[in-house]
Ligand binder design. Structure first.
Ligand code: BYC
Length: 327
């Protein structure tokens, strides 16, 4: 039975939404580890949550290409330029995969893009900060992609078929990005005094946004409980943050770099890391659209959307002309 949901961007409830038997069957399938597919029955809130999350993820890939994209023309050397071009292209490919996964839930791509450029939909906090130097690109490639992998590997074991299949593929590509970022970081960390300083400054700039990346602490998270029950989210925000810290802080220290958090310390008995609580007021301001670059990022996307309009219209017309004889 088709699950109903978004039609033309408007949400409509399927008729048997309140059916307790359908809900119990659905939850039993989730508990048994089944994948839910687009035409399966699903609660309206599961659909709505997935659209919200996948859409935000897709927008993050699109906006995430911007800070690195500005460095393609200035990359130090041809080899690094090629690698960065490939990475940015991959990020846009991830957005394509994710928009397609979200479309299976009934919200059109056009409605999603409109919600992005009108500021209605969120995208990841991390992409509202500038990439001042090449070291910022290195830190994004290693640590933002590293953080994304922690999140995406966990969620790729989730319950919604189209999303988890997209995530599996994205994770393969992200693991190359991680190598690219790590290579750039190690090059700078083992370079001249000026290169090390540049890297350290970039790390200082990115650490707090990275701590914010996993979302508010579990006590403040709105959606985690339901999303984890429905296996959309496979780890809580705090657990993912812990995992990231335990994987990357030792590697950062090994390179002789420091982090702007004096409370960072591993408890040898529990293996858990203590760290300073990030500034959550700042986080909420950034995700509300008041971060350093929110307005600029959306303005760039709006311009791209406007400039690409004629191409989309021409393609649609060409497609109609081509398909009519066979209709
Ligand atoms: N940024 O209840 P909570 C990439 C919002 S791109 C902005 O904990 P949830 C890459 C949250 O939406 C990869 N907003 O939420 C690309 C909610 O607001 P709404 C990006 C955030 O969903 C290019 C409110 O705060 N990854 O890697 O349970 C180059 C309360 O939060 C953020 C994804 O998108 C944030 N960081 O958990 C390089 C992963 N955190 O919607 C790299 C998919 C929270 O109620 N998303 N909010 O208005 C997720 O896994 C989850 O949505 C989150 C948040 C863990 C992010």
């Amino acid at each position: 039975m088709y699950g109903g949901g978004y039609i033309g961007g408007e949400e409509t409830l399927q008729t048997n939404q309140d059916d307790p038997i359908a809900l119990a069957e659905f939850e039993a399938r989730i508990a048994a580890g089944d994948k839910i597919e687009p035409k399966d029955w699903m609660p309206a809130d599961y659909r709505k949550q997935l659209v919200r999350m996948i859409e935000q993820h897709a927008h993050s890939e699109v906006i995430g290409a911007l800070p690195e994209g500005t460095w393609i023309t200035r990359a130090p050397g041809f080899r690094r330029k090629l690698a960065l071009m490939a990475k940015v292209q991959d990020e846009m490919g991830h957005a394509q995969l994710l928009y397609s996964a979200a479309e299976t839930l009934g919200k059109s791509r056009e409605a999603m893009i409109n919600d992005l450029i009108n500021g209605k939909s969120k995208y990841s906090n991390v992409f509202n900060y500038p990439a001042f130097t090449w070291a910022d690109v290195a830190v994004i490639g290693w640590l933002v992609d590293g953080a994304a992998i922690v999140n995406q590997v966990a969620n790729s074991k989730g319950s919604y078929g189209p999303y988890v299949r997209a995530l599996e593929r994205i994770c393969y590509e992200e693991s190359f990005h991680l190598k690219q970022g790590h290579d750039n970081v190690v090059f700078l960390a083992t370079g001249t005094e000026m290169q090390r300083t540049m890297l350290q400054e970039a790390l200082n700039r990115w650490w707090q946004p990275l701590m914010h990346f996993f979302g508010p602490s579990d006590t403040m998270s709105v959606h985690t409980e339901k999303l984890m029950r429905w296996k959309v989210k496979m780890a809580s925000n705090d657990d993912m943050r812990q995992q990231f810290i335990s994987m990357y802080v030792p590697k950062i220290w090994e390179l002789g770099l420091t982090l702007p958090d004096n409370e960072l310390k591993r408890n040898p008995l529990t293996g858990k890391w203590a760290f300073a609580d990030p500034d959550w007021n700042l986080f909420f301001e950034v995700i509300k659209g008041n971060g350093p670059l929110n307005k600029e990022r959306l303005a760039v996307r709006r311009t791209a959307e406007e400039r690409g309009r004629w191409v989309r219209e021409a393609l649609l017309k060409a497609d109609m002309k081509y398909t009519v004889p066979f209709a």
